[in-house]
Design a protein around this ligand. Structure first.
Ligand SMILES: [Zn+2]
Length: 253
């Protein structure tokens, strides 16, 4: 009888050891960071996705100090479309919605460190709504060579609540408009609210997008199969630098 207990004990130890190892070990693959608002700590921004400019600068310095490799959306697109190589520990910094605080705070901090960023912008809200980017800001950032713009739709509406013709015109308009403003091809799409299903995904690809980003959390195994939207790491108000480091290393805080 005793050997049965010994056997079970060894199995439990092995499982425990494996889980511990998996948790400690750094995951391989592409990390996509999901930011929204960057600003001054005391500016009263209520969003759960607000990160202060000081903390954002710490994130950027951490990436460089810890030998992560910030890549541009163009790097990721050509790695996916043309099978070029992504560097080890590649990190893509993305910003959702297109807030003007991205221009005021994120852009200069990233540019001074030569770190590329990507903004998934609500194309129909550029120049149209307080707090959102305006045309000249989009053009200035695009011209810097360190900012790529991609689509988050026109109006931040949930694509799952649209019919075919509404969704296709939303998607096509955003692509054309962003292409015109940023003078570069727009092939990547990010779902408003992370909302998608099989049908919506088909429409996104039909509108000419080839790479899609969602809100599921985690690190993306690379090469990417494209079977699901790319996962991202949620960067939230109140996250410590240790949370940031843990997410980068293993995909969760
Ligand atoms: Zn959004």
């Amino acid at each position: 009888m005793w050997y049965l207990f010994l056997f079970l004990f060894i199995i439990v130890l092995l499982v425990f050891g494996f889980l511990l190892h998996k948790n400690i070990q750094e995951r391989k693959g592409l990390r996509v960071l999901m930011y929204h608002h960057i600003g001054k700590e005391d500016d009263g921004n209520p969003s759960d996705y607000f990160v202060s400019d000081e903390m954002f600068a710490k994130h950027l310095d951490f990436l460089l100090a810890e030998n992560y490799n910030p890549v541009s959306l163009s790097d990721v697109e050509s790695a996916y479309f043309k099978k070029t190589k992504l560097p080890e520990r590649a990190v893509l910094l993305t910003f959702d919605d297109g807030y003007s605080n991205n221009y005021e705070y994120a852009f200069p901090l990233a540019l001074s460190r030569k770190i590329p960023i990507t903004i998934f912008v609500n194309a129909g809200e550029i120049n149209m709504k307080d707090g959102m980017l305006d045309w000249s800001q989009v053009q200035e950032m695009a011209n810097s060579g360190f900012v790529r713009f991609a689509s988050h739709g026109m109006s931040h509406r949930n694509l799952r609540q649209m019919d075919y013709s509404e969704a296709i015109s939303e998607l096509l308009l955003s692509r054309t408009w962003l292409h015109h403003l940023s003078q570069s091809d727009v092939r990547s799409f990010c779902y408003p609210y992370g909302a998608f299903d099989k049908q919506v995904r088909e429409w996104v690809f039909e509108a000419g997008f080839r790479l899609d980003f969602g809100t599921r959390k985690g690190i993306n195994a690379w090469p990417w199969t494209g079977r699901r939207p790319l996962k991202r790491l949620h960067i939230m108000r109140g996250d410590s630098l240790e949370d940031f480091s843990n997410q980068l290393r293993r995909g969760k805080k």
